[in-house]
Design a binder for this molecule. Structure first.
Ligand SMILES: Cc1cc2nc3c(=O)[nH]c(=O)nc-3n(C[C@H](O)[C@H](O)[C@H](O)COP(=O)(O)O)c2cc1C
Length: 343
């Protein structure tokens, strides 16, 4: 067992969730680390140059430890991907809200540049590297400590916890069903998991003596205290940081979190083809039932629609990623939020 992650954390208890798609900025990452949390950059969806710039910016902004998160690609599109994509595209066009050109006619699959981004991250000054949507093989996991960094794997089910515990990772993240956005659920391992966070913490504690990071639904310090008491070593928070000034959250998403407090959240595949938790809106209500499990093809299918919705200030056709605690979001500075959350 290694204590690499504990050495990075010292008395840090709050981990900033990596949030791909805009919210994760170098300023947010650095502000959280400087305030005594562990900042994270999301490498997902960034091309190599953008990742390079983001890493350079974080390195300029802080000398405190921080982490980087990578998306692990799946094996490639299933055979019937094109037919299912076409059927969903036809439904979106039939809505009549957007012209057909908004929805690309060809499905796009990508490995998110995993290998080249991994190389770049391993040569960066990041103290931690975490992996989302899959558990990379032992050979990849081992390269992280060889580069002097702590490796973190996530799990959202008991099977995932056992797989992550066997992987040689320095720390294990568990994400409950309450969590905002996509969870890290490893394909083929964590499928259809729906356990709540305290049960997952207990299962992780029983499976490993490595540090456990708990994520999902945190609405304030009381939740942090509760999760630490349940056995977590640190608590990862995403949604509450979406309305921090340093976050790059889209304007319409930010406003929705602050103004649509009366709504609930739902899990839906409608926006990306992979279950993610969003504030309830019209698009999720209309399309959750028939959206195909095709990620990232559906993500690319809806991306121009989402961009247009953001520009138009329309929260009904935008992925409003949010955890169950989103009603506690308010405009604040990241450092202030870290202080408020830290027990
Ligand atoms: C907008 C948004 C984007 C996210 N992007 C990522 C990501 O790129 N990688 C990842 O591992 N998790 C991502 N997550 C999930 C977080 O890591 C974490 O599980 C979640 O935010 C915790 O729940 P909370 O939002 O209720 O605090 C994202 C969450 C949100 C809200």
């Amino acid at each position: 067992m290694t204590d690499r992650f504990r050495e990075v954390m010292e008395d840090r208890r709050i981990v900033l969730a990596p949030m791909a798609g805009g919210p994760s900025t170098p300023r947010l990452c650095a502000a959280v680390s400087d305030a005594g949390g562990l900042g994270f950059l999301a490498a997902g969806y960034l091309d190599l140059e953008a990742l390079d710039r983001a890493l350079g910016d974080v390195e300029e902004l802080t000398s405190a430890p921080y982490g980087v998160n990578l998306f692990v690609p799946d094996a490639g599109p299933p055979e019937d991907a094109e037919a299912r994509y076409d059927a969903y595209r036809e439904l979106l066009i039939a809505d009549g809200e957007y012209s057909p050109e908004v929805f690309p006619s060809e499905p796009h699959w990508s490995d998110d540049g995993f290998e080249e981004k991994l190389e770049r991250v391993l040569s960066s000054s990041a103290a931690c590297v975490s992996f989302t949507f899959g558990h990379p093989g032992e050979r990849v996991v081992r390269r992280v400590p060889e580069a002097g960094k702590a490796a973190i794997l996530y799990a959202t089910s008991r099977a995932g916890i056992l797989s992550a515990a066997r992987s040689g990772a320095d720390a294990l993240g568990v994400q409950g069903i309450e969590a905002g956005g996509h969870r890290a659920s490893a394909a083929g391992i964590d499928d259809d998991s729906a356990e709540d966070l305290t049960d997952l913490i207990a299962a992780a504690r029983a499976a490993t003596d490595r540090p456990v990071i708990a994520a999902g639904g945190v609405a304030g310090r009381d939740d942090v205290v509760r999760l630490l008491e349940a056995g977590a070593d640190a608590v990862q928070v995403g949604t509450l940081f979406l309305t921090a000034r340093e976050a790059g959250t889209k304007a319409t998403h930010r406003r929705a979190l602050l103004e649509l407090r009366g709504r609930g959240t739902v899990l839906t595949r409608a926006f990306s083809g992979r279950p993610a938790r969003t504030v309830e809106n019209a698009f999720a209500a209309e399309h959750s039932a028939h959206a195909p499990a095709l990620y990232p093809q559906v993500h690319y299918l809806t991306s121009q629609m989402r961009r247009l919705a953001d520009t138009a200030g329309d929260p009904e056709h935008l992925n409003l990623w949010a955890g169950t605690g989103f009603a506690a979001c308010r405009e604040t500075r990241a450092a202030q939020l870290v202080r408020e959350l830290t027990p």
